[in-house]
Design a protein around this ligand. Sequence first.
Ligand code: MN
Length: 200
Amino acid sequence: MTIQLKSLHFSMNALEPIVSAKTFEFHYGKHYATYVNNTNDLIANTPMQDMDLVSIIRHCSGKEEFQSLFNNAAQVFNHEFFWNSLTDKAENKIIPDVLAEHIVRDFGSYEAFETTLLQTAVKQFGSGWAWLISDNGVLKVVSTSNAMLPMGQGIKPLLCIDVWEHAYYLDYQNRRADFVKAVMGVLNWQFAWENYNKGE
Ligand code: MN
């Protein structure tokens, strides 16, 4: 088995001007593709060559000798999760009623959720990710550094935003907050809902 490059489910210019085709050409075509290629190079001729992506990540997590493979495999997962967290379809941008109620239950209001997500994304020092997660049924916003992702008993990622500079620099230069605010308008809440309802 090799790790396959996954297709985007929208065209590279579908999210303009929020994310430009030029950004996708580099972010998807170069950065993401490199993580996929590096992962395949690092698993070749090892027992991990027959594992799926999540199994590779779990196997390598926290092990110094597999740090490089963990970083690349986790970045493949994170980027595919990010592509799926974005949508150009109006129906996917609607928050399902139960999820909307749970956002109010756990953050106080939708506006408070947006503020928390924005602040968390902006405060992440250096490269990383901002996530909406379910922590044993409670909705939370967390950030992770570099290639790290939210993992653990009862933790399910629902949506993520890439806050590495390569995600926004061509379109927003240093203005990470403007990028995050804009991307919050094209989040795929249907994807979040599917993740929320997934079993452990
Ligand atoms: Mn990225």
